[in-house]
Design a protein around this ligand. Structure first.
Ligand SMILES: Cc1cc2nc3c(=O)[nH]c(=O)nc-3n(C[C@H](O)[C@H](O)[C@H](O)COP(=O)(O)OP(=O)(O)OC[C@H]3O[C@@H](n4cnc5c(N)ncnc54)[C@H](O)[C@@H]3O)c2cc1C
Length: 391
């Protein structure tokens, strides 16, 4: 069997579901292929919450994309009819010269983003759950908060189907071939062969294999999300008292957390930002080990002392990190009919709808009005050995 589409999307996680929706909404006949089921927990887009914020310490060039992402999150909520984004306020904490504080401040100034600078005493007064040391400050922005990853993926998938997309789950793409002369692509799965005029590849943690020919230096890392029942109950951690935060210590270790958004039973979620261990998606260790619970509980004990009351549960997730931690969103350098969106380096979810919009722009016209210079594939230097991996 050989079916033909205007566009195909490989991988229907965060970015692929958004790309499929934006392509279908523009009237294209879309095929979507996904290895697992809809909004699953085997990749990078599960765990109930993802921080969203605008003052962006990673690089000020992300800010215009964030402003557009907020518009698109609101549009998605409206079109799907459910709340996906909750704005609780966001606090970026650390010493004034830390990357988290200084970088957030620089991007807030560069783009005129509303924010407040709080000293340690003011932080403790306004947010009594947090106990910063005297030399710490916080950049607070009201527009920060969190989005719901599983619900957002389900919303994009649902709207894509409503717009006519043919979404196939438990059907991984085994291989794809760019047809000569930029003339479409052929995709093979265990169920058949498909052709499409253009292809968008959003493989998440499978990028090192699926997109080996980009020669980008991806590292896939296991990252654990932890839920604790705070000592003294969840009320002090309710969204009106306890904002989302990213907190950098003097050694550069970042921890982040959320309010108690799922009521008293849901617990309070927290995690290290970048303390992962290299892993492979097929063999990811999903067990949560007592030793790692003890490490995060110890880290919290002086900073959010009421939080590590009782460990409730944990969930392992994967980051696909590039060497400079910037995304890869581009037309494939060798195959103009193919667009790639990968390497989201642990901070991509908040951008999901705008990544879908950019991927659709690039797939349809090869260009986008958004500024994406930061996201060109950065191949590792020719001097470095390249591991040959088959797709
Ligand atoms: C613990 C954790 C915390 C995070 N916190 C934040 C945060 O607070 N804020 C934030 O903005 N971001 C955060 N992120 C990052 C964000 O969640 C990711 O950047 C984002 O989810 C990546 O989306 P993706 O589409 O690339 O990957 P995924 O959503 O994993 O999607 C990739 C999909 O491709 C499928 N696939 C792969 N190969 C094939 C194939 N051959 N055929 C068919 N399907 C295939 C996979 O099954 C998967 O569904 C966090 C990530 C983790 C793990």
């Amino acid at each position: 069997m050989d079916r033909s589409y205007d566009a195909a999307v490989i991988g229907l996680g965060a970015m692929g579901s958004a790309a499929a929706y934006h392509l279908a909404a523009r009237g294209l006949r879309v095929l979507g292929l996904e290895r697992f089921g809809p909004a699953h927990d085997r990749g990078s887009s599960h765990g109930g919450s993802r921080i969203i914020r605008q003052a962006y310490f990673e690089h000020p060039d992300y800010v215009p994309l964030l402003l557009r992402a907020y518009e698109l999150w609101h549009a998605l909520e409206r079109d799907w009819g459910s709340e996906l984004m909750t704005l609780t306020g966001a606090l970026m904490l650390g010493r004034p010269d830390s990357r988290t504080v200084a970088g957030s401040r620089a991007s807030a100034h560069a783009w005129g983003l509303p924010h407040e600078m709080l000293d340690a005493a003011e932080i403790r007064r306004r947010f009594p759950t947090l106990r910063p040391g005297e030399d710490h400050v916080g950049l607070y922005e009201e527009r920060g908060g969190f989005v719901r990853p599983e619900a957002a993926v389900a919303a994009h998938l649902g709207l894509a189907e409503r717009a006519g997309a043919d979404l196939r789950f438990f059907e991984p793409a085994a291989d794809w071939t760019a047809l000569p002369g930029g003339d479409g692509v052929r995709i093979t799965t265990a169920a058949g062969t498909y052709t499409a005029d253009r292809l968008v590849v959003c493989p998440g943690a499978w990028a090192p294999r699926t997109l080996a020919d980009l020669a980008v230096d991806f590292t896939v890392e296991r990252q654990v999300q932890y839920w604790f029942a705070p000592r003294g109950g969840t009320e002090p951690f309710a969204p009106q008292h306890h904002p989302v935060y990213v907190w950098e210590d003097p050694e550069g270790v970042q921890i982040y957390g959320f309010p108690a958004y799922d009521g008293p039973q849901g617990g309070v979620k927290t995690a290290f930002f970048r303390r992962g261990t290299p892993c492979e998606p097929e063999t990811l260790d999903r067990r949560i080990h007592p030793g790692e619970i003890a490490v995060i509980a110890e880290h919290l004990s002086t900073r959010v002392p009421d939080l590590p009351g009782r460990f409730l549960r944990g969930a392992a997730c994967m980051y696909t990190t590039t060497a400079d931690e910037h995304f890869v969103i581009a037309t494939h350098p060798e195959y103009p009919q193919t667009t790639v969106a990968c390497g989201f380096s642990g901070h991509g979810f908040k951008f999901t709808p705008v990544v879908g919009e950019i991927a659709a722009d690039l797939a349809i016209s090869g260009t986008t009005a958004h500024s994406v210079d930061l996201f060109a594939p950065r191949p590792r230097s020719a001097a470095e050995p390249r591991t040959e991996v088959s797709r």
